[in-house]
Write a new protein. Sequence first.
Length: 524
Amino acid sequence: MKKEKIIQKDYSTYPRNYQLKIASETDILIAADDSVRLLNEVMEELDYTNLYRAYSRKGRNPKTSPEAMFKVIIYGSMEGNYTSSGVARSCRRDINYMWLLGDEPAPDDDALNRFRGKQLSQAVEELFYQFAKKLREIDEIKYEHLFVDGTKIEANANKYSFVWKKSTTKYQIRLEEKLKAFLAQLHNRYGWLNQLTAAKAHKKLSALQTEPFVTGRGKRKSQLQRDTEQLTEMLARMKKYEDYQVTFGGRNSFSKTDSDATFMRMKDDHMHNAQLKPGYNVQLAVEGEYITGVDISSERSDQLTLIPLMERMEENLGAKYEDVTLDAGYESEENYTWFEKQNRICYIKPQNYERSKSKKFKSNMHLRENMLYDEGKDEYTCPGGKKLRAVHTGGRKSTSGFESEITYYECESCLGCPMKKNCTRARGNRKMSLSKTFLRQREESRSRITSPAGILLRMNRSIQSEGAFGVIKEDYGFRRFLLRGNRKVRTELLIVALGYNINKLHNRIQANRIGSQLFEKLTA
């Protein structure tokens, strides 16, 4: 049912759903249309059951209530005040923070930091989606047109603390070879009957020790001590490399300071020549200028982040969107197929869309897109008049495990063809592989994004989803996470997104823009 009381410019006249108090001096000084009043009203309508469950039943109750600390943290996000020390300082000096606290004591830096990292991290996502559902109740969002975009935000990690998978694998293989040779030496030196594993060899050496090993300068180590220390050091390095491989998962790097962060190229590198930095791939889903879905990922590519974002968001909202508009970074057969299976519309810009409009692309007849194709015979004709016929089909598995069917083509003969140097660099005949399903899906998406509805939605995606990142990065100054680890970083992002949404609601109310979903295309 639509709620009208929240949509009014004078926030001081809201019918209170909490205990009435005599107006204090701070209440009089704060303007009737100040966003802090809207924040207070919104926060009072949320259910904090899960937040209270995050507290232990043992021990003392916090001096400042969870609701009050949650309010000041969100208001800090609305004001670009993200640090716990900054919020704690404002609670003692800023009249708006004091008004939010009411009669409760101002929390200190440690209390806010503990609350954000422990209790709030267990409930903030549910509180975020509670507010999203409130926006649905007042028809600010309608689960119709969703716009998704991603960006890289730097992690709170040392940029020189990198660990690379390729280097780790190389060092691990080299160490395994050295360890194997060293075990063979030990086998011969101590006359062991059977070839032992490294762990058993270490136990054998420890059993041979009859007196303490020597330490310090001027002490001569025995052969047994040197062997034991060398084997111990090699086992420690092997354990470190094995732990690194587990931490990598499907990634090619991570940071020692924050093992969940991956080294990525940041968009603030306008010269494209700076080193990689540890960061997170942040995904935002926007409808009607509000952020309705949030996710973070350690994946560098946007392709693998879409489905987890959609599933997590729609599970929390309890609703599905009619259509989703995305940029070329999300194009993949897996994403197309996911939307097809759910009978939903996606407007994904093909990765070759801009290039295909260029004169150079259209005039290059050696490209597959410009070759003549006979669907009945399933063959392409190159500019030299040769036929590229389907040789066989096979499967291809993506990083996420998605399998697609690939058709392989080969030219009947490139021997003596004068155009070969412009067509292929292969020594033999030209070969190419493609997924027919993906090509069909790409052409269907191309037709959708070039339709009048598709053009309007793509325009709104650049305004709404990219605009959300622009406001958060430029206006709010949020360019680096303060916390470490997936759970805490997600908490920090949800706090920023919730503050953004309340600011957006406030601005739309004051500008009489309530209820508008799309920006219309201007006509000359």
